[in-house]
Design a protein around this ligand. Structure first.
Ligand SMILES: [Zn+2]
Length: 328
């Protein structure tokens, strides 16, 4: 680690040491149980933010996490330079394709001519702007609002015709109910799921579509960006590792029903009435999740084997030299 990333790493440690960023131990799962199996001791940067899986429901949570009141400072100053290694990082978790867009469009009712969209953690507004463009092309009037903890990211979003709110879910509730709410690579960063779903409830009604995308842990064996490696996948910012079912368990016990979803994870939820709210279900994805991590481990191992072959190494270095960029 060097340069911008090293600076952010040092700044993070300093802020934790001086108490500007606070951390807390996670002793209980969202389901209420505390029977955990440790999965990792450290995150990808070697920071002591390990992970543990609940034997009762299969939800993976951190052993240690940043407290909710530390998030604004963490995301404003540390997150992007640490993750991307750049002070001008673009402020967007780049979607690998535009499947997210069709996922949302498939569920939108085109009966109304006006639509309100809110994106939580909108970064520089790339996704919001794309969805806005798409809907406007269908003749709809679109009001798009995005919130984020990073002022630099929001200043870019504003130039794309997006109303901006500095902050998170709590701050954006003032905007009111939206037809579409997007949380893309955000839900797994939230430390308090009860508070998050409570706030989410304030900006949705039973017709609203909630699109959630997270890096699904059961799909790790297909995630080349992490080299199928659970250790690389684990990062201090990820308070939870969700599978489709563990995410649905959290949402359903908070008054939201799964409409469509896959293990990638991309999914659509809708709010259900208070009377339909379910207690925490006894679905347990513990074994399924452990097996998925083991499968990813086998794939990672075989990839590491291939990468170590001298001829492959030689070809890769040659490619790097010719292209003048890193190809990992
Ligand atoms: Zn649990």
């Amino acid at each position: 680690m060097h340069g911008v990333r090293r600076d952010a790493f040092n700044k993070l440690n300093k802020k934790i040491y001086y108490g500007e960023l606070k951390v807390e131990l996670v002793e209980r799962c969202f389901c209420g149980d505390n029977d955990f199996r440790k999965l990792s001791k450290y995150d990808r940067f070697g920071l002591p933010f390990g992970t543990q899986i609940c034997r009762s429901c299969g939800l993976i949570t951190q052993t240690l996490r940043l407290t909710p009141d530390s998030l604004p400072l963490f995301y404003a100053e540390i997150y992007w330079p640490l993750i991307v290694g750049d002070y001008n990082p673009g402020f967007v978790t780049v979607p690998s394709d535009d499947q997210w867009l069709s996922y949302i469009l498939n569920h939108i009712s085109f009966d109304n001519s006006h639509i309100d969209i809110i994106e939580i953690g909108c970064g520089s507004g790339t996704r919001l702007a794309a969805l806005k463009r798409e809907l406007e092309a269908c003749g709809m009037e679109v009001h798009a609002t995005g919130c984020d903890y990073s002022e630099s990211a929001l200043s870019i979003a504003r130039t794309k015709g997006i109303d901006i709110v500095l902050g998170g879910l709590e701050e954006v509730t003032a905007v009111g109910v939206a037809d579409v709410v997007i949380l893309s690579h955000v839900f797994e960063h939230l430390p308090d799921l009860n508070s998050a779903t409570r706030e989410l409830s304030k900006i949705t009604n039973c017709d609203s579509i909630i699109y959630i995308e997270v890096p699904g842990v059961i799909d790790l064996e297909n995630k080349r960006e992490y080299l199928y490696n659970y250790q690389l996948y684990s990062v201090l910012a990820h308070t939870f590792n969700f599978s489709l079912q563990s995410l649905a368990m959290v949402m359903e016990s908070s008054g939201f029903a799964l409409v469509e979803g896959d293990e990638f994870v991309r999914c659509i939820f809708k709010k259900i009435g208070e009377e339909q709210k379910k207690p925490v279900s006894n679905v347990n994805v513990y074994h399924e999740t452990i097996r998925a991590i083991e499968r990813a481990y086998v794939k990672q191992d075989s990839l590491a084997g291939k990468r170590d072959r001298p001829i492959v190494k030689y070809a890769r270095n040659l490619a790097k030299a010719l292209l003048g960029r890193s190809c990992n």
